[in-house]
Design a protein around this ligand. Structure first.
Ligand code: URA
Length: 311
């Protein structure tokens, strides 16, 4: 599909999945874009249905790109097809079969997942180079020690290597379980569950409450909404900003034990309680042996290598 209505060149490029408007603007200013064979130098140049836009000689076309945020309930598989799953994520959205999930959550994990047909953005968001932060609330079995929190923050040794620094905060400690909020900058298979297991804290419940710049406010379990233009732009930027070292930032984080700060439990409790569609209460234990993976990227149908210049 080409631009049926005239639109700015920079908008056209963003809709072609080339990058954020900011990076497309830079690309144009560096002379990396041609319109009908002429180098374009004006980002707001109008592009109509008959214009041919190219980067490095390769034609790019604006398409109708769709972006949805879904609050995945428990029991839904993060895939487009799975004959063994009761429900798959794309079925939560009308006409969702044209979309694919950006990364994965385990069947038993609840929380935010983005669905889109923008393969370029999806691949960038999943790429470890960009370290897009993902925040989870985990209900773990056992007593959370300062040492365990320190290890999780600094990095734990898993069979696929030591994990990158993470932000970790204890939100509540009860007699047998605890609520811990963790932000990771990677997306390895079952990473959060394996990280906690490595410090002797089995995860009983896991909810993703943030994906990069996007939070879960107001979205009920099983609910979805289309992302607005600002949110999509923020995601595009997140997929362009190469991760800075987070080690320094997390080292100084205070370890807050519930006894010292009981008031901080409420947010995390609400996140898990809402995710299960009920008030927070002791849930069933989640299996740790499921074969589902976390961010194992499902090859999008429509991907194009991003141009190097300016993106
Ligand atoms: N880490 C996990 O262990 N499971 C998920 O679903 C997501 C992150």
């Amino acid at each position: 599909m080409n631009a049926s209505r005239p639109m700015n060149l920079v908008v056209y490029l963003a809709r072609a999945g080339v990058g954020s408007r900011r990076s497309c603007d830079e690309l144009i200013r560096k002379g990396g874009v041609t319109v009908n064979g002429e180098v374009a130098d004006f980002p707001r140049q109008k592009i109509g249905p008959d214009d041919v836009v190219a980067i490095d000689g390769e034609t790019v076309e604006a398409r109708e790109l769709r972006y949805f945020l879904v609050n995945k309930p428990r029991g839904v598989a993060c895939t487009r097809r799975d004959p063994h799953a009761d429900r798959v994520i794309v079925d939560l959205i009308p006409n969702g079969r044209i979309l694919f999930p950006v990364g994965r959550l385990d069947v038993d994990t609840t929380g935010l997942i983005i669905l889109t047909n923008d393969g370029v953005l999806a691949n960038r968001l999943m790429h470890p180079r960009y370290g897009v932060p993902k925040t989870y609330v985990a209900r773990v079995r056992g007593k959370v020690s300062r040492r365990a929190l320190g290890s999780l923050r600094e990095g734990v040794d898993l069979e696929d290597g030591v994990t990158a620094p993470a932000e970790v905060n204890l939100r509540k400690q009860s007699a047998k379980t605890a609520l811990v909020e963790i932000t990771i900058h990677e997306g390895r298979k079952r990473q959060v569950r394996r990280m906690f297991a490595s410090v002797g804290l089995p995860v009983e419940e896991l909810h993703r409450r943030r994906y990069g710049p996007i939070g879960d406010k107001g979205l009920q379990p099983g609910g979805y909404r289309e992302l607005n233009g600002d949110e999509v732009e923020a995601l595009r930027r997140a997929g362009e900003e190469v991760a800075t070292a987070v080690g320094g930032e997390v080292e100084g984080d205070p370890v807050l034990l519930a006894a010292e700060a009981p008031h901080i439990a409420s947010d995390a409790e609400t996140a898990l309680g809402e995710a299960s569609g009920a008030r927070y209460e002791a849930p069933a234990i989640v299996s740790l042996t499921s074969a589902d993976s976390d961010e194992a990227p499902e090859a999008p149908d429509d991907t194009r290598d991003a141009p190097d210049a300016g993106v």
